[in-house]
Design a protein around this ligand. Structure first.
Ligand code: CTP
Length: 208
């Protein structure tokens, strides 16, 4: 993959409620980091754009740290035009808090109602923008895996969707293995349980 620029997003995004509190999700970043590391080993010029995750050794990979969806989108935007592929393994937080406070909100004995507004869909945004880039997205589902993944493939204009059934043992967040199906326009390839490292290489084989 020498001479190929691959942008990989990984981990969760976080959206502030106030100065100390936030909303986020369970993403560990393990899938995205495995993809970035394996692509780097294959000689690719890797840009890893990561939300806050527990430290994972990346041994010299160019890493850009982000927190919010907006920061993730902006960081990808800077790398997108001349990249060969964008692999969206990040789990962007789908909602952000309207009127997040830059101070710590004080308790006053009452409940606190938060209004959550939908965040931009980053993969869809780049799906509409792409010209030559290959876009690979994921689908994290608890129900109707293939049906929902197909909808994501089409609506986000991705070239491939890696679909995960979050409820299957050995798949989902914070484990080192995954059970995935790879969807493209006219094919569904159901894979067995494998390590995230092995799956990372299967995903990179799609690009090759
Ligand atoms: N994604 C994105 N921007 C978002 C949400 C998701 O770019 N705001 C990307 C993810 O990185 C992933 C794909 O879209 O590659 C699917 O994400 P997923 O969480 O499975 O689905 P959503 O699009 O968020 O839809 P839903 O939560 O309704 O399943």
């Amino acid at each position: 993959m020498s001479g190929k620029k691959i942008v990989v997003s990984a981990g969760p995004t976080v959206e502030p409620i106030d100065y100390v509190r936030f909303i986020s999700n369970k993403s560990s970043g393990k899938m995205g980091y495995n993809i970035a590391i394996e692509a780097f080993k294959r000689g690719a010029d890797v840009k890893l754009i990561s939300g806050p995750v527990n430290p994972i050794d990346t041994d010299g990979i160019d890493k850009i740290n982000i927190r919010t969806n907006e920061e993730l989108k902006d960081a990808i935007e800077k790398e997108f035009d001349d990249c060969h592929a964008l692999i969206m393994s990040a789990a962007p937080t789908d909602y952000k808090v309207r009127n997040a406070s830059d101070k710590k909100i004080k308790k006053d004995g009452n409940n606190l109602n938060l209004e959550l507004i939908e965040n931009i869909d980053i993969l869809k945004y780049f799906g509409n923008k792409k010209n030559k880039q290959i876009l690979i997205g994921f689908a994290a589902e608890t129900d109707d895996l293939i049906k929902n993944a197909k909808i994501k493939l089409e609506s986000k204009k991705a070239d491939y969707i890696i679909a995960n059934d979050l409820k299957k043992k050995g798949a989902g967040f914070d484990v080192d293995t995954n059970i995935a199906s790879i969807l493209s326009k006219d094919k569904v390839d159901k894979l067995d349980l494998m390590s995230k490292k092995e799956l990372a290489n299967k995903i990179l084989d799609l690009l090759v």
